[in-house]
Design a protein around this ligand. Sequence first.
Ligand code: HEC
Length: 178
Amino acid sequence: MSTLRPVVFSAALLLAATASVSLAETPHLGKPIDEASIANWDISILPDGTGLPKGSGTAAQGAPIFAEKCSACHGDNGKGGIANALVEEDKKIVGISASQKTIKNFWPYATTIFDFIRRAMPYNAPRSLSDDEVYALTAYILAGNKLIDSGDTMNAETLPKVKMPNRDNFIIRFPDRI
Ligand code: HEC
């Protein structure tokens, strides 16, 4: 083995030298990205609400938006259609197996509902909602599930304070990394 070592060493040196040359001569693809464009992609919201934008909304404001943009798939008043029910007043929290996923039992944080709606819904036009609309829709879904009062306003301060009913039954795999 020891006789091979110098060969391997010089091959590594050669590779390093080649890499630095090719880095210096990039093919000039792509274009620099500005802060505004980065902000457009930087939309993750943490469970504690970090990243929530300005704006606000109530269930009353969310109802007509829901009827116009969501009920075609999620059913009238969110009771279920070709896509999942989002409002289930009466259903008890029975577990978190796939067949029983509901807003009440499968979402440990209300802030994640906001994040999901903003980035992914409506399914056919993601990122088309304003932040006020997303707050209003989140309030509408939470109020329908009786997790907030129907008159409550959701914003960056109030939404993180909503405690989802099944939050404490999720097992955090790496608690020390949070
Ligand atoms: C074209 C059909 C369609 C429309 C319109 C639509 N959704 Fe959805 N929605 C879906 C589908 C399909 C899923 C499941 C997506 C997945 O699991 O990746 C979903 C999932 C969701 C979920 C997560 C549900 C759960 O139980 O995990 C929420 C919340 C949601 N939609 C909210 C909305 C809101 C609010 C609107 C209106 C702005 C909306 N959706 C409009 C099809 C739709």
